[in-house]
Design a protein around this ligand. Structure first.
Ligand SMILES: Cc1cc2nc3c(=O)[nH]c(=O)nc-3n(C[C@H](O)[C@H](O)[C@H](O)COP(=O)(O)OP(=O)(O)OC[C@H]3O[C@@H](n4cnc5c(N)ncnc54)[C@H](O)[C@@H]3O)c2cc1C
Length: 457
């Protein structure tokens, strides 16, 4: 009997690819799905490692806003829960130190700029269509903010919120307003003395390695989804008869649809004859190489940050100089991840963008106290990303004779929730039903993504 189910290939089993696979697994009569990933396990960048004494850490991705409703629901669907945490941070050192627990000298010095910043944020938010394509550094210049205020207060905040690191001054001004203005993803309340309020509600993710394994198993349980790890896609050919030939070391197979859930760089590299729009939208995504060092060197933390053990800060930012927007970020994972609380100080320091690695102070971390080192390739949220890639993504969905769909955090912003809804959106385009209709907030996050990156609902 002829095969009536649609044969689907998902390239990549990170948050986006697995969400798509899990969603399609609920329709065993409609789809036969294969997921190929070059890694040996699911989860993409969202992973966990053991750090001895029976403890684990999530070694990169940590958590987010309580409004990450699709992420939360997906975790609940496989019996896992996020934990609530209050976000506390400490930026700079000495005269330049500030935090969101109590006002420091620096916050008092910048009192008038902090007050003005609030009005500017509201103004930019009101004219968001205009400011979406203007980098924050231009807005700060237009409104006569000092370079020090930008470098010491505004850009570190952007880096913390969006993980944009050294690219923070190039982030779209409208994205920055979301820190305070976005009703669904807002993390901080504005505070006239501190700039950002004392407690910001956040969630910490459960053990991500386990979550993604459970999601994989749950997706396989209906019998229509299979995973192939250690299988890197090397070529995707879209045929004029509406099929796709996908090649890896294991050979070539034919599918009816392909969901590209890998990074934009890989997608463009493996596509045979990408269209002009695919070349522009995917080729515009800029990537940087960062390295994280997970360590227990408290002396290093004290040498770079305003480190006060009892304040229980989670995020730290060290500026390479007050007049430079270049920075390194650290976390005290023990104040963030609930399973570590009270056990020991486990830190993670991220050195950003290896093109400026002569600034890095990685060698100052005591090598005997290093637990783990990992390299990452992360994309930039520059204004160009929002001017070119984000608006064009909707026009490359269904390209290659209607065969090819795109998902992944890069289609909008580097947030776990975006990756998840992007996977559901790709699955919906193939005919799957959105899974969390009963949750109005989850549905709203999904709806906003779908409108931006696909079409009107
Ligand atoms: C260090 C770090 C910390 C972060 N922290 C947070 C955080 O705290 N909160 C938050 O909300 N977000 C955070 N993010 C962002 C968020 O977690 C990511 O945006 C999201 O997990 C990305 O999911 P994805 O599926 O789009 O991509 P990925 O996870 O990158 O998945 C892509 C997959 O494609 C596979 N692949 C690539 N090439 C091929 C190929 N040729 N063939 C087959 N497979 C291929 C890869 O192996 C990978 O599994 C963080 C990101 C990083 C890197």
């Amino acid at each position: 009997m002829a095969e009536t189910k649609s044969r689907v290939l998902i390239v990549g089993s990170g948050a986006a690819g697995l969400s798509a696979a899990w969603n399609l697994s609920h329709h065993p009569n409609l789809f036969n799905v294969q997921v190929w990933d070059k890694n040996e396990k699911p989860g993409g960048v969202a992973t966990s490692i053991d750090v001895g004494n029976g403890l684990y850490i999530n070694d990169g991705v940590q958590g987010g806003s309580p409004m990450y409703k699709n992420t939360i629901r997906l975790m609940e669907a496989v019996g896992m829960k996020c934990a609530p945490v209050d976000m506390k941070f400490s930026f700079g050192q000495g005269e330049n130190a500030w935090n969101n627990s109590y006002p420091t000298k620096l916050q008092k010095r910048f009192k008038s700029e902090i007050a003005r910043f609030r009005y500017v944020i509201k103004f930019v938010d009101f004219f968001k269509l205009f400011f979406a394509f203007i980098p924050i550094w231009i807005v700060m210049k237009m409104f006569f903010f000092s370079k020090e205020f930008c470098n010491l207060m505004v850009y570190p905040l952007v880096a913390l919120f969006f993980g944009t690191g050294n690219q923070s001054e190039r982030v779209s001004a409208v994205l920055v307003t979301q820190i305070f203005e976005n009703k669904s993803a807002r993390m901080f309340d504005y505070d006239p003395q501190l700039m950002v309020g004392e407690t910001a509600d956040m969630i910490a993710f459960p053990k991500l390695g386990e979550f993604y394994e459970r999601l994989q198993k749950n997706s396989e349980s209906n019998g229509n989804v299979t995973f192939h790890f250690g299988r890197a896609v090397t070529k995707i050919v879209r045929n004029s008869n509406g099929t796709v030939n996908a090649t890896s070391d294991a050979g070539t197979e034919t599918f009816d649809r392909v969901i590209m859930a890998c990074d934009a760089e890989t997608a463009l590299k493996v596509l045979d004859k990408p269209s002009l729009l695919e070349r522009i939208a995917l080729g515009n995504v800029e990537y940087y190489n960062d390295v994280t060092v997970t360590h227990e060197d408290t002396a290093y933390m004290k040498s770079k940050h305003d480190f006060v053990q009892d304040r229980k800060d989670q995020y730290f930012i060290h500026q390479y100089s007050p007049n430079s927007s270049l920075m390194e970020m650290s976390f005290n994972l023990s104040n963030y991840q609930p399973q570590l609380k009270g056990e020991r100080n486990i830190f993670q320091t991220i050195f950003l963008d290896d093109s400026v690695k002569e600034k890095w102070t990685r060698d100052e971390i005591d090598s005997k106290k290093v637990l783990h080192v990992k390299w990452w390739r992360q994309f930039s949220h520059s204004w160009k990303h929002f001017l070119v890639t984000v608006p064009l993504v909707r026009f490359i969905q269904g390209s290659g004779h209607g065969t090819t769909f795109y998902c992944g955090a890069y289609t909008i912003a580097n947030l776990h929730e975006i990756a998840v809804v992007s996977g559901f959106a790709a699955a919906k385009r193939l005919g799957a039903e959105y899974p969390f209709k009963q949750d109005a907030n989850a549905k709203s996050n999904f709806g906003m993504y779908y409108m931006a990156s696909h079409k009107l609902l």
